[in-house]
Design a protein around this ligand. Structure first.
Ligand SMILES: [Zn+2]
Ligand SMILES: [Zn+2]
Length: 284
């Protein structure tokens, strides 16, 4: 079984209201480690650490950091991005194999000098910067949120060592390891999964990243604000597919980062299933 870290932070909004209780039956598993930012739930073995400010300034401009300090959400944003940074640190040290990171303000709309869509800091970019300081070189980022990962693209455009494959509303683009795959409305689960297989899985196998980041947004689900027609069961199938690639190309080093999606019921249904898949618990 894989050792899975859960990095939990929750500050506001409706979607994560059932957590961490919805993780009952998962948190007590021997191969699952739970890192909690704010709750004294009794389940937390570890504390989630906020992203260090000196790391922020290696990815984002000092102007942007200053502006986010003025929003009143700065501390929450540090914890939100901190989960991903801490997750790769734990994976690097061999304490866990993969991770699921909850965010309140994450992740893919945060660029070097801009932010939006409730994304203040780019946790994946911070984590990649931290790993590079430890000598890790090659990364893949898969984005299955409904919207374009413009912040991530801004940071890694022209970076030969980062494969960024984004499934969104943009027209087809494939240049310099930067790939956009247009997903039209009313896409079936089967069509979506086939596109991910063709456009991400094959590229990742050829690219051979050392870590895979998955910007997981469930706003693609039917009835959500980025509705692409997917059923809520598509995300578990997607998780199996992506975990399979990570197991094949990079010793299972996979970090799933929660991005868009607003429905509480879908979060409560989907997220435990994805974590179950990562930890190979086999309950679903
Ligand atoms: Zn989105
Ligand atoms: Zn895109």
């Amino acid at each position: 079984m894989k050792r899975t870290g859960i990095f939990f932070t929750y500050f506001q909004g409706e979607r994560l209201r059932d957590f961490p209780q919805a993780l009952d039956g998962i948190l007590d598993k021997e191969n699952v480690s739970y890192y909690d930012a704010v709750y004294d739930s009794g389940d937390a073995l570890y504390y989630l650490q906020p992203a260090p400010e000196e790391l922020l300034l290696k990815v984002h401009s000092s102007d942007m950091v200053r502006m986010i300090k003025l929003t009143g959400d700065y501390e929450s944003a540090l914890y939100s991005a901190g989960g991903t940074v801490q997750a790769v640190g734990e994976i690097y040290q061999g304490k866990i194999d993969n991770a699921f990171v909850f965010t309140s303000f994450g992740d893919h709309h945060a660029g070097r000098n801009f932010y939006g869509g409730m994304c203040y800091f780019n946790g994946a970019a911070l984590a990649i910067t931290a790993l590079r300081e430890r000598g890790v070189g090659r990364f893949a980022i898969l984005d299955t949120d409904s919207h374009h990962g413009d912040g991530t693209r801004d940071i890694f455009a022209g970076d030969d060592e980062v494969l960024h494959v984004c499934f969104c509303y943009q027209d087809y683009l494939d240049e310099h390891n930067n790939v956009d795959i247009m997903i039209p409305p009313h896409t079936s689960d089967g069509e979506y999964l086939a596109k991910v297989e063709r456009e991400f899985v094959l590229r990742a196998i050829a690219f051979q990243p050392e870590y895979i980041f998955w910007e997981f947004g469930y706003d693609t689900t039917q009835g959500e604000y980025g509705d692409k027609g997917l059923t809520r069961d598509c995300h578990l199938k997607l998780a199996r597919l992506i975990k399979g690639v990570a197991d094949k190309v990079c010793h299972g080093r996979l970090i799933a980062i929660l991005c868009g999606g607003s429905g509480r019921a879908i979060a409560t249904y989907t997220i435990p299933r994805i974590i179950d898949c990562l930890a190979e618990l086999g309950r679903f």
